[in-house]
Design a protein. Structure first.
Length: 317
């Protein structure tokens, strides 16, 4: 079993009204926890690495860890995806180093320049059988190398999507309908909602094209509480309600990105382990519990948000 691109898995998700989880990876324990969860849930999987993750782990280490996961879980279709590639050069490097899917994020550029760089990446990637995700609209929030102030964010314009998709040749499209990067997505008292009217209009204009939601962590209160209980200092924070994401996964949203929820679950478990056993200095102990926390949150997301459990089929391999 080798890495696959996202084309067949997202097309299947579109037809059958579910989403594939795209989970950000940074190290061995995170990759292990995610892939073990997908295997147990019989779910397809997208492992995605940001520019920051490649810098932290090293491109070769990260790729080899993913290759090990593929070897150990031949039952699971796994794609390796670049999250928020900021340039053609970054995407090209990932394509040539074995990534099977890349995102080129030109959302901060003027519309025509976004088209130009996205089309350039798509033309190059398709030569190698690599799928491409583009983005229209701009999400607020901060995560890794992405930082957009709220007043500079904007929803996707449905009137642009046909032109953008035709001119770029993207295989999937990330849109902005109210999600946000990072843990601090909403202020206390702020209404948390998604613009399903925009999503529906986009569906009508580009039927059949898989839609992607970035910034879709729910920032589960129990993890925030556990982190603070064991010495953390997180401010009150709110994420995207899972019931809204669940609804989106049945409306052509075929890829949902999760990062912050993994970080919170892992940090909570590590803090708990170190506080309850202050004499422990063996990383294998507290990282094992962190890996298990990753596994459980991913299983939860696959079942309750993606609805992609039991979706592996022979044709998808």
């Amino acid at each position: 079993m080798s890495l696959v691109n996202t084309k067949k898995m997202l097309e299947k998700a579109y037809r059958e009204n579910y989403a594939v989880g795209a989970f950000n990876v940074n190290n061995m324990e995170i990759i292990q926890g995610i892939t073990e969860a997908a295997s147990e849930m019989n779910s397809p999987l997208i492992l995605q690495a940001s520019v920051g993750a490649r810098k932290y782990a090293g491109p070769v280490y990260l790729r080899k860890l993913v290759e090990a996961a593929v070897e150990l879980h031949p039952d699971v279709p796994i794609a390796l995806h670049l999250d928020h590639g900021e340039s053609f050069e970054t995407c090209k490097d990932c394509i040539e180093s074995g990534f099977t899917s890349v995102m080129i994020d030109g959302s901060s550029l003027p519309y025509e320049k976004n088209i130009d760089v996205t089309a350039k990446v798509a033309e190059y990637a398709h030569r190698y059988g690599v799928t491409v995700e583009g983005e229209l609209g701009s999400l607020s929030g901060s995560e890794d190398n992405i930082s957009v102030e709220e007043e500079k964010s904007f929803y996707t314009n449905p009137d642009q999507v046909i032109d953008f998709v035709q001119k770029t040749g993207v295989d999937s499209l990330a849109i902005a309908i109210g999600t946000s990067h990072g843990a601090y997505k909403f202020k206390p008292g702020q209404k948390r909602e998604l613009r399903f009217d925009i999503l529906s209009e986009i569906n009508q204009k580009i039927p059949g094209l898989p839609i992607v939601l970035h910034g879709a962590s729910s920032v589960m209160p129990k993890f925030v509480a556990e982190i603070n209980k064991f010495g953390g200092e997180l401010k009150e924070t709110f994420g995207i309600p899972e019931e809204l994401l669940s609804k989106a996964s049945k409306m052509s949203v075929c890829k949902i990105n999760i990062d912050s929820d993994l970080r919170l679950a892992m940090t909570a478990k590590i803090r708990q382990s170190l506080c309850e056993k202050p004499s422990n200095f063996d990383p294998r102990n507290y990282l094992s519990s962190a890996r298990e926390a990753i596994k459980e949150i991913v299983k939860h997301k696959i079942k309750n948000v993606m609805h992609s459990n039991n979706k592996i089929a022979v044709g998808n391999k």
